[in-house]
Ligand binder design. Structure first.
Ligand SMILES: *[C@@H]1O[C@H](CO)[C@@H](O)[C@H](O)[C@H]1NC(C)=O
Ligand SMILES: *[C@@H]1O[C@H](CO)[C@@H](O)[C@H](O)[C@H]1NC(C)=O
Ligand SMILES: *[C@@H]1O[C@H](CO)[C@@H](O)[C@H](O)[C@H]1NC(C)=O
Length: 632
């Protein structure tokens, strides 16, 4: 299984090719702090090498107790067959299962332990040797399905340390330890530098599928981080070279460019059919040049668009993995074709290509990083990332590269799936009815923070209470009141007058919280009931129309003539006549009253004159009773 750790060469004949640049460098295994907290006798920190699958908790730590199974000690068989379970009971510490190396793939041991509830796996080396990185298996159709599903972290530990652990466990001691990723990524400044050692080959089985999937998934986050200058990303591509003596061999000619200087293995491991290693090197070189062209325009993130578009539009399967297809992708992204062609140079020339030369030099480790030998490899702040190449896990590792409190908001968003909110809502406040929660998964673990809802920040402790305060409360879950929309018309029962109240809007009746029903104004309010009226109930109101030329006046709930000005003048004419008549009648009455009194006076005078002599006889009227009204 030795060559598994040396790259993606499954065939021994290719091994000499792969080893050529490596003899100059060295292989550094990323070590994590594995700290034994009890028993006292073996307390301390030990080396371990985190596996290249599963999900390590970058930025966090995991504490548990070690269990060494009595049977199936290599973990190659199903633990269920031995009735062994590592499920920890609620409230007890998670279980780290220790298994011995050998007999089967590392990944299978870890998968078997995960299936019965282990929280992490320690693989005990069987030889006294330096640590190596446990890699995910190469192309093996049957393993691919479970490797993908491994979510627990695993670490290889040295033989000597494992024997100490076994001794304590056999003596009945409880061995507790913690795996710590908090300092796994250094954070020297406020920008994270990371590089991905990748490959344009899309037909190498499980590893290629995983890489292609990762590129697609991670693109969004990578572009956000890069655009906002939180990160500086650089893609890299591994190439090998043919030893001088073989440059003219058929193998080197089909796998290499620039006279054996830059090579890649044949995608199908068959020189006679399909694509050659040479095609892969050329596309890798193109992708490097696309990055440079994009970087020169100040938009390095376009590389992510190119590689994902190329993967979708130009797959090997459809025989589109070629220059023409690549050019159409470059064109659609508006990149400068000439500068890319110039950067690629002449693949047939017997000379160095400066771009690929740089890549070969970068492959050799510097400082803490070590040589890049596994594809794909992610390097964050010059440390190799270990674990599954998956969006959430990688984002966590990148976020761990920021100093605490300088991390971008994407690190504190739900994009990072720690999934602690799934269980019991992480112990945070929630409103199930409104589908609101204060639980947020961040790479440092879950936090309980009152959510922002439709632009209104809820306030509270996040654990037991979150509520809308200040204006805009009706925007949050509609203040807990009834609301409904029909035909583009929205109705709400929320009334905010310094205090939220639920009151059905006009035209509705109900409690305002759960229900508000439309009022049928035609029936219940007896609206629009005049003889010319015809009433139609609508949602929240009613329509009234009048027959003929008449117009409905809602205020008076009556129909009137549409010819409003004519009606007005005829009415005023009527009033003029009426007032005139009234004045005339009043005047006539006054005259009558006056004449009547004058007549009465003269009658009295006439009667009195019959009994005594009066001064002025001549004033006695000479009248007839019967016609006195005629004279008025
Ligand atoms: C892995 O997970 C997927 C989806 O959750 C599931 O469909 C598949 O059966 C799992 N594979 C194995 C080997 O359990
Ligand atoms: C990309 O551009 C930045 C600054 O513009 C530069 O520092 C960096 O070296 C460039 N990367 C490559 C691979 O050219
Ligand atoms: C609740 O909200 C989340 C995200 O806001 C959404 O993904 C989910 O589908 C919602 N669930 C329901 C039942 O509305």
């Amino acid at each position: 299984m030795g060559y598994r750790n040396l790259g993606f060469f499954p065939f021994p004949w290719l091994l000499w090719l792969s080893l050529v640049p490596l003899c100059m460098g060295r292989f550094v295994v990323e070590k994590n702090s594995l700290r034994v907290t009890s028993p006292e006798k073996i307390r301390g920190t030990y080396d371990s090498a985190i596996g290249n699958f599963g999900i390590p908790q970058y930025g966090g730590s995991l504490a548990g107790v070690v269990v060494y199974p009595k049977e199936n000690q290599k973990g190659c068989k199903d633990f269920g067959d031995f009735h062994i379970s590592f499920q920890s009971k609620p409230g007890s510490l998670p279980i780290f299962v220790m298994v011995d190396r050998g007999d089967c793939l590392f990944a299978l041991k870890v998968w078997n332990a995960q299936k019965v509830g282990a929280s992490a796996v320690l693989v005990a080396d069987h030889l006294d040797e330096p640590l190596i990185t446990m890699d995910s298996p190469e192309e093996d159709g049957s393993t691919a399905t479970y490797v993908e599903n491994i979510t627990i972290p695993s670490a290889l530990i040295r033989k000597g340390f494992s024997e100490q652990l076994k001794k304590e466990i056999n003596a009945g001691e409880m061995v507790s330890l913690s795996l710590d990723w908090r300092e796994a990524v250094p954070h020297p400044d406020d920008r994270v530098e990371y590089e991905l050692w990748t490959n344009s080959n899309d037909e190498c089985g499980f590893k290629c599928d995983m890489l292609m999937e990762f590129l697609k998934d991670f693109k969004g986050a990578a572009q956000i981080l890069e655009r906002r200058r939180y990160t500086q990303f650089t893609p890299h591509y591994i190439t090998w070279f043919c030893p001088q003596a073989f440059t003219l061999s058929r193998q080197c000619k089909s796998q290499c460019i620039n006279h054996g200087r830059y090579c890649a293995p044949d995608p199908e491991q068959d020189f006679n059919s399909g694509y050659d290693g040479k095609d892969v090197v050329i596309e890798n070189l193109r992708q490097l040049c696309v990055f440079r062209a994009a970087n020169n325009t100040g938009k390095p993130w376009i590389w992510w668009d190119y590689v994902t578009d190329f993967q979708i539009r130009c797959p090997m399967k459809e025989k589109k993995y070629n220059k023409e297809c690549a050019h159409s992708v470059i064109k659609s992204l508006g990149l400068d074709m000439d500068s890319i062609e110039k950067c690629m140079g002449d693949p047939d020339a017997d000379s160095e290509n400066p771009v690929l030369k740089e890549e070969q030099q970068a492959q050799i480790g510097k400082g803490s990083r070590g040589d890049v030998t596994i594809l794909p490899t992610l390097v964050v702040n010059n440390r190799q990332y270990r674990g599954k190449l998956a969006k959430g896990a990688v984002l966590k590792a990148i976020c761990a590269g920021f100093e605490e409190a300088t991390e971008p908001s994407i690190c504190l968003s739900s994009d990072i799936e720690t999934n602690e909110c799934l269980e019991n809502n992480g112990g945070c406040w929630q409103d199930r009815a409104a589908n609101l929660t204060a639980c947020k998964d961040t790479y440092r673990g879950r936090v309980c923070e009152c959510p922002l809802v439709d632009g209104v920040q809820l306030k509270g402790d996040g654990y037991t209470i979150c509520e809308a305060r200040g204006p805009g409360r009706c925007n949050v879950n509609n203040g807990g009141c009834w609301q409904e929309s029909r035909n583009g018309l929205s109705m709400s029962a929320c009334v905010d007058n310094g205090e939220v109240k639920c009151k059905c809007p006009p035209g509705f009746k109900g409690d305002g919280v759960k229900t508000c029903e439309d009022i049928n104004e035609c029936k219940e309010k007896k609206a629009c009931q005049c003889s010319e009226c015809s009433c139609t109930n609508t949602w929240g109101s009613y329509d009234c129309s009048c027959s003929g030329d008449l117009l409905y006046m809602r205020d008076h709930d009556t129909c009137i003539s549409k010819n409003a000005s004519a009606a007005k003048s005829s009415w005023s004419f009527f009033w003029v006549i009426l007032i005139g008549l009234a004045i005339a009648a009043g005047g006539a009455y006054m005259v009558y009253k006056y004449r009547l009194r004058a007549y009465m006076d003269s009658e009295i005078r006439a009667i009195m004159a019959q009994y005594m002599p009066l001064d002025s006889q001549g004033e006695v009227p000479n009248h007839v009773h019967g016609d006195r009204l005629d004279r008025l």
